[in-house]
Design a protein around this ligand. Sequence first.
Ligand SMILES: NC(=O)c1ccc[n+]([C@@H]2O[C@H](COP(=O)([O-])OP(=O)(O)OC[C@H]3O[C@@H](n4cnc5c(N)ncnc54)[C@H](O)[C@@H]3O)[C@@H](O)[C@H]2O)c1
Ligand SMILES: [Zn+2]
Length: 454
Amino acid sequence: MVGAVDKHLALIGFMGAGKSTLGRELAQLTDRPFVDTDDEIEKRFGPIGELFERGEPEFRRIEEQIVAEALAGPTAIIALGGGAVLSEVTQARLDRTAFIAWVPVDVDTAWSRVSDSGRPLAQDRERFGQLYDQRCEVYDVLAQGGGADVEALLLSAHGIVFSGRVPYDAALIADERVASLHELRLLTPAVSTHLVPSGEEAKTLAVVERLWSELEIGRDGWLVGFGGGSTTDLAGFVAATHLRGVRWVAVPTTLVGMVDAAIGGKTGINTVEGKNLAGAFHFPQQVFVDPSFLSTLPPEERRAGMAEVVKTGLLAGKELWALQEEEMIRACAAFKTAVVLSDPYEREGRRAILNLGHTFAHALEAASGYELRHGDAVALGLLAALRLSGRSTDVVEEVLAPAPVRVDRGRAWNALLRDKKGRLKLILLGDEGGYVTDVPERDVKRALDQLIAD
Ligand SMILES: NC(=O)c1ccc[n+]([C@@H]2O[C@H](COP(=O)([O-])OP(=O)(O)OC[C@H]3O[C@@H](n4cnc5c(N)ncnc54)[C@H](O)[C@@H]3O)[C@@H](O)[C@H]2O)c1
Ligand SMILES: [Zn+2]
């Protein structure tokens, strides 16, 4: 599987790198258990200093056992002691069960953080420096990714790379409009290029069938989806189904794609019954994000993306919409990654919080006969969700300025009920972020009505 989706996220690195602090924060964001192997050893066997006095081999044996137990447990965030990965048995176990991320630190910073800690291996500066060099060689070989902060670690653990170049041969599925605006040659050494209709028009079974028959890649081949969420949803679905599944990467070219659609493995197409009704979870191996593709994005598409940014910021409890563009995209992508890692297949329901405002949005979109842009519908949906949560709507008004839409009220209400299949469970916003709750029907109806112009 891809990144840390079905695996532990194991933090490796030298003492003093901050693995424990970062691990704790990651555990909270991803709603996964946190295991700090040094803490676990101390809890069960007493102070590490004392264990070391009995000889390092004895300590390493205990450490190996504690790491093995953590790796055999539920999918977690695991901070490993600096020397734990020297064991070959541990290395092999990690390789099977974890995404291994290196938390880097420079030797002086590490020394300044741990020299007073009484750690057995941090007594002598020169010896410390030698150990640092030796261990960094091991970390370098083992690491599949890494980062010095939570955001970088999340992005790395989900294969999100800030670059506009895919470094391997692949069959390229590209939105025809985007292909006319950007140089495909620079994107990937494509083995074949398949243009698909611009935007939502591509998400049909007819396009999928055409691609199934055109593609000449084998089971070991790769697909690249290049375009907005429509193209990456389609390309991912073709990748999930072609020859029972091939690997793929996403290169989003819209703001919606970069902060939302290209991340998280949901792929699919539309059927005559409705949007996204046929699909599969099929995670891209990597997502290549290059904000410079946004230079050609029409303003209304950017606005649609900002609605998802505001949604993400509200859920994260941070003013992400106020950040400079690349920072904003990074932060949103990292937040979505954390939620996805907590519940990759939307089984426990936590992933559903990403649908804040979307019940209303979907109802308005359907009532407009899909004339209303999703992002504009989300902006309105956020107003309703915030009102029902008893929270201020100022941010949505200021950043997105949504105007009520002219759609049939009855049609919108029926669409909402159909979407909810009779149970009015909504995502609302609390001090701790999004949560799912039952809301009385009349309140939901009133909130929906407020979004509709007479
Ligand atoms: N899989 C998921 O988790 C997920 C999440 C959110 C949305 N989606 C899906 O994403 C789709 C919407 O995606 P979207 O909002 O990215 O739009 P889109 O892919 O439908 O593209 C919108 C328009 O922008 C054009 N375009 C794209 N990139 C451009 C660029 N760089 N310059 C100029 N024009 C460009 C397209 O040709 C199209 O006309 C919906 O189908 C939705 O269901 C999926
Ligand atoms: Zn959305």
